[in-house]
Design a protein around this ligand. Structure first.
Ligand SMILES: C[S@@+](CC[C@H](N)C(=O)[O-])C[C@H]1O[C@@H](n2cnc3c(N)ncnc32)[C@H](O)[C@@H]1O
Length: 199
């Protein structure tokens, strides 16, 4: 996606009240796999400045719930069905998340350090953390969306997801810049915990 398209997405996000244009990545994923229904409970990891949180809150409505976590604060107002916690996902206990959830989202990304391989590895680690959390808090049949920088560990990431979900998809939304190497792995149909323990 060229600079002009990026600017268009940014302008549209401002006009529609979202703090970041990343909302259109989630919107496309939602359109393609039908992630949300009214009344659902959603866990949003790596949520600041809050575009995905706001979008998910709108889709699940006032009877739903969104728990959002990030190292940083969100920008702007969030509706009452959202709880936003400033926290490191890697340090949260599973109990404190008060699951179960129907959908787990992770747009977590490491601060990039200039070494592509190192950035990819840290993105892979965050992705695995998100999958581990999802495996423990998702209701059976639930859905997961996780960002990963494409790299040497990509197949390992996909394998980790396959362990817990009956269907896995790889999506590169249109709103992702052409030069960006980020992808989203989507897990649908969370397996029962018991079924996972069978050899
Ligand atoms: C691309 S931004 C998320 C954008 C967000 N989905 C939105 O639409 O507004 C990635 C976020 O991941 C967060 N992050 C990275 N590592 C994290 C961690 N260990 N725990 C919580 N958040 C983390 C960063 O602070 C950053 O805000």
């Amino acid at each position: 996606m060229g600079r002009r398209r990026q600017d268009e997405y940014a302008r549209r996000a401002r006009r529609e009240g979202f703090p970041a244009r990343s909302v259109y990545k989630l919107e496309e994923i939602d359109r393609r796999v039908q992630l949300f229904r009214p009344g659902q409970r959603v866990l949003d990891l790596g949520a600041a400045p809050g575009s995905w949180t706001l979008y998910a809150a709108q889709r699940v409505g006032r009877n739903g719930r969104v728990l959002a976590l990030d190292l940083q604060e969100h920008v702007g107002e969030l509706p009452p069905q959202v709880e936003f916690r400033v926290a490191d996902v890697r340090e949260q206990s599973i109990e404190s998340l008060e699951g179960p959830f129907d959908v787990v989202l992770s747009d977590m990304a490491p601060k990039t350090m200039g070494s592509r391989a190192a950035d990819q590895y840290r993105s892979f680690e965050l992705f695995l953390t998100a999958v581990e959390v999802a495996a423990q808090v998702l209701a059976s049949g639930g859905a997961f969306v996780g960002k990963i920088f494409q790299g040497a560990e990509f197949e390992l990431a996909r394998d980790a997801l396959r362990k817990h979900f009956t269907k896995c998809r790889v999506i590169k939304p249109e709103a992702v810049r052409d030069e960006s190497y980020e992808l989203f792995l989507v897990g649908l149909g969370k397996r029962e915990l018991q079924a996972q323990r069978r050899p």
